[in-house]
Design a protein around this ligand. Structure first.
Ligand SMILES: [Mg+2]
Length: 386
């Protein structure tokens, strides 16, 4: 079962502020500032406002909307209540973001009834505890459950029995499938594939020809409704880091700098892959012998961008006092996930990640899946004197 809260941040605001009920509510940056829409109410969606839209555009579409800055603490509290409610139905709850979770109900049907009855009870319990609506999807694996919860938003309940998986998928746009980015979609369109049924008509070899090995396999499997059914109570990692040991100790700044860039790209890609943003960037420097030092800095807002990681890491290195010493190993790590992990909250920081920048990163990440990591990285200007 996949549970997805409807317009989560906006719904919490509508619940807590009577003046927001039945009104277009836009949570995100405030008009007049840079930044984007994080979540908007369904009333706001009627004006064409969407998540990740620049706030100026949202304002143009509906100047009378209620614009609010996010209150993460309220959202986190509501989220914890939702997750605790889910745990009363099954011990196997996998929270995937602040407003989404998978629930394994394989073993609890005797206790709570059919899948559909359980879904109904889950929705009712969440409403009772939080006064928030959610959409629930039930399927034989993660993909189907997730697509089912998306199928009938808001306040939806969709059960896809195993023998109806293909007929459920058939009319669906390929863009609904997981991991389908703009590049893949372009090829899909070029091939004239309009839905999953047509996609299923392509042999694996043909897909490999157009999409590369990994994406082809993913499309092939998804078109058949094949996916993992594992629901894990996932222990979240507390940090993500990469390091490089040099064969010979290095003094050359250009080389250290480009290594640092590569590490930033690797860590950034892992962060985005797991939907995490970190608030602390650290570096590790090992000198000749095993003398090891670390330096770290807290960011103003959680971030997952290569450019930020690199900037901070290189800056830390420059002020570390170890510039010019022979270096054996250099490492870059990110930790302390912000409350905003998995959402677009860093878009409200002083230097918001623009839409364009987000698209750029998702294209880069897609390219690295298709063609191998490091095939594309950000061009961060080389400076001569540092
Ligand atoms: Mg949601």
């Amino acid at each position: 079962m996949h549970i997805d809260m409807d317009a989560f941040f906006a719904s919490v605001e509508q619940r807590d502020r009577p003046e927001c009920r039945c009104q277009p509510v836009v949570v995100g940056a405030l008009p007049g500032n840079r930044g984007v829409v994080s979540t908007c109410s369904y009333e706001a969606r009627a004006y064409g406002i969407r998540s990740a839209m620049p706030i100026a555009e949202a304002y143009r579409r509906c100047p009378d909307a209620i614009f609010l800055q996010p209150n993460m603490q309220h959202y986190t509290e509501a989220s914890q209540l939702v997750m605790a409610t889910l745990e009363t139905f099954s011990p196997v709850v996998e929270q995937v973001s602040v407003d989404e979770a998978y629930l394994d109900i394989t073993g609890v049907t005797r206790l709570f009834g059919s899948a559909e009855e359980i879904a109904r009870k889950v929705k009712a319990a969440i409403w009772r505890e939080t006064e928030l609506a959610c959409s629930v999807g039930v399927g034989s694996n993660r993909l189907i459950a997730k697509l089912a919860s998306e199928h009938d938003k808001p306040d939806g309940l969709t059960v896809v029995p195993p023998d109806q998986v293909e007929s459920f998928l058939d009319p669906m746009s390929v863009s609904n499938l997981r991991g389908v980015g703009p590049k893949t979609l372009k090829t899909i369109q070029r091939l004239g594939i309009r839905n999953v049924q047509q996609l299923r008509g392509y042999a694996l070899e043909a897909l490999q020809h157009y999409f590369g090995e990994k994406m082809a396999e993913s499309l092939f499997r998804q078109a058949r409704g094949l996916a993992s059914d594992h629901v894990g109570v996932r222990r979240r990692r507390t940090s993500i880091s990469k390091e490089t040991t040099f064969r010979q100790d290095i003094v050359d700044l250009q080389r250290l700098r480009s290594t640092c860039r590569r590490l930033a790209a690797d860590v950034g890609r892992s962060l985005r892959g797991e939907g995490l943003k970190g608030q602390v960037v650290s570096i590790k420097i090992r000198l000749s012998g095993f003398e090891t030092h670390t330096r770290q800095r807290r960011l103003e807002a959680a971030d997952d961008r290569d450019s930020t990681l690199f900037k901070v890491a290189w800056d830390l290195f420059q002020v570390s006092g170890y510039m010019g010493k022979p270096i054996r190993l250099i490492g870059l790590g990110v930790s302390d996930w912000g409350d905003n992990s998995g959402t677009n909250m860093d878009l409200f920081s002083e230097e918001p990640a623009s839409d364009r920048e987000q698209r750029l990163y998702s294209m880069m990440d897609e390219a690295s899946v298709r063609f191998g990591k490091g095939v594309i990285s950000l061009g961060i200007p080389e400076k001569k004197t540092e």
